[in-house]
Design a protein around this ligand. Structure first.
Ligand SMILES: CC(C)(COP(=O)(O)OP(=O)(O)OC[C@H]1O[C@@H](n2cnc3c(N)ncnc32)[C@H](O)[C@@H]1OP(=O)(O)O)[C@@H](O)C(=O)NCCC(=O)NCCS
Length: 182
């Protein structure tokens, strides 16, 4: 079985080297997924009315939904969804037309809305709701609905942001090896 990878208006997702895309994933349209990234079961991503980019070694965990905002008179570029390198997106998140930098952890069940910008090295707690057009500053923990900046990240938490991505690179390598055995 293969993941459902479909075109929208003739544009197909573009998938890098050594990526793991689970068979129960749906990817549609203008999506690019960079090397060593992993996309886990029941992720649905639609790059139809704008584009989606997922950086190197980033992981999008089970049940997460990725979508974008269409272009309009008020908002001529709309909002693509951009996820940088070494980003961990926990289970069942909703990322909609937002921009994430590098080395970020988005906790389970978090919602990040249109036009929000998350700078590098940010930790977003489980269940956090990031309202539209907010900027989350580098080096801080955010939690709550609506989100609040709680405190600067501890040294070990900053180190964990990168480690979490590495852990998922190792995990997806195990899964890729299983596929080779089958
Ligand atoms: C926020 C988080 C990082 C903990 O930070 P912390 O500063 O160590 O927090 P503590 O556990 O000491 O809790 C401090 C307070 O915040 C509250 N809290 C903890 N996590 C919270 C969250 N996600 N949202 C709201 N409040 C939260 C605690 O209840 C506690 O409240 P209290 O002081 O009234 O008792 C952690 O709870 C979290 O959400 N991690 C995300 C994990 C995840 O989703 N990983 C991805 C899966 S692979």
């Amino acid at each position: 079985m293969k993941p459902r990878i479909e075109s929208y208006k003739g544009t197909y997702p573009n998938i890098g080297q050594n990526t793991y895309i689970d068979k129960d994933v749906i990817l549609v349209g203008d999506i690019s997924i960079d090397d060593d990234a992993s996309i886990w079961p029941l992720v649905a991503a639609r790059g139809d009315v704008n584009y989606i980019r997922i950086g190197k070694r980033s992981n999008v965990q089970d049940g997460t939904i990725l979508h974008v905002t269409r272009k309009s008179k008020k908002n001529p570029d709309g909002f693509p969804l951009i996820i940088g390198d070494d980003v961990t997106i926990g289970h069942k998140c909703m990322l909609h037309g937002c921009t994430l930098g590098n080395r970020i952890l988005v906790g389970m069940g978090a919602i990040v809305m249109d036009g929000a910008i998350v700078e590098d090295d940010v930790f977003i707690g489980a269940g956090t709701v990031v309202p539209p057009n907010k900027t989350l500053k580098s080096g801080y923990l955010y939690v709550g609905n609506p989100m609040k900046q709680v405190r600067p990240l501890r040294e070990e938490e900053i180190a964990f942001l990168k480690q979490s991505a590495i852990n998922y690179v190792w995990l997806k390598d195990d899964y890729l090896a299983e596929l080779e055995v089958k």
